[in-house]
Ligand binder design. Structure first.
Ligand SMILES: [Zn+2]
Ligand SMILES: [Zn+2]
Length: 246
């Protein structure tokens, strides 16, 4: 299976990633990927970009080397009411907003019930369009409840290749990763299968996750970024400021 879009990559603006947007776009082009969503970390993560960085993404062209650049953020949940580290004013300027739990960003995990409530509140923000890596070690949530809410609100669930890497600090467990896929398949929830690349050569690399997706016969029609066209119409459906960039 080949992806036409990677909806989660990081540039040097994230503070701990190593490539520029142009390098990532060129690598994507070489691999036949038609679109990348630049989701640099919000300001609450140490080294994350300033809010001005995100509001100035409009300075970028829509295409670099023929690759569509989707402007977004990986916003951090910073409080018990699901508050994010970027203002709604700026979020509304962006084409694609992902939301994540990360340690040391302001919200420290407690119980599964409370973590789930907090994530649900974050999803209530209508600017949010994807929950990034819903299974984060330490931030236990009720995946069923989260997937149901995402489906109801038209929010994508991310299946993050980095979370499938057992050497990664973000590896929850194979069981937890498979559980997420099973729930999405069962509920018919749309997912985005992403690299979360922090280096340009890794853009579009989702092989580990794909091996499990194949093994369990996960329905391919639920993977939005297998098709650039699907991604484009998803974004066009809510981003009024933009034209349909085919
Ligand atoms: Zn993340
Ligand atoms: Zn990320």
């Amino acid at each position: 299976m080949k992806l036409e879009a990677d909806l989660h990559v990081h540039t040097i603006a994230s503070g701990h990633a190593f490539s520029t947007i142009t390098e990532i776009a060129r690598a994507a082009k070489r691999k036949g990927i038609k679109a990348i969503a630049v989701l640099d970390h919000g300001p609450a993560l140490p080294g994350g970009a300033h809010e001005y960085y995100f509001s100035n993404l409009v300075a970028l062209p829509d295409f670099i080397d023929g690759v569509r650049i989707i402007k977004g953020v990986e916003a951090n949940i910073i409080g018990k009411n699901g508050e994010l580290d970027i203002s709604d004013f700026t979020l509304e300027l962006l084409e694609f907003v992902g939301v994540s739990f990360h340690p040391v960003c302001g919200y420290e995990p407690t119980t599964r019930i409370e973590n789930t409530e907090v994530l649900l509140k974050a999803i209530e923000n209508t600017n949010v369009k994807m929950v990034c890596h819903p299974s984060v070690p330490g931030f236990d949530v009720d995946l069923k409840v989260i997937v149901e809410k995402c489906k109801e609100k038209g929010v994508l669930i991310e299946v993050n290749n980095f979370s499938f890497n057992e050497n990664s600090f973000r590896y929850p467990s194979l069981e937890e990763n498979l559980k997420l896929l099973e729930i999405c398949a069962e509920k018919g929830a749309m997912i985005a299968l992403n690299s979360d690349a922090h280096f340009h050569e890794l853009v579009g690399e989702v092989g580990t996750a794909v091996s499990y997706i194949k093994k369990m016969n996960f329905p391919e029609e639920l993977i939005i970024n297998r098709s650039y066209k699907l991604v484009n119409s998803f974004i066009y459906s809510y981003f009024e400021g933009g034209e349909n960039k085919d």
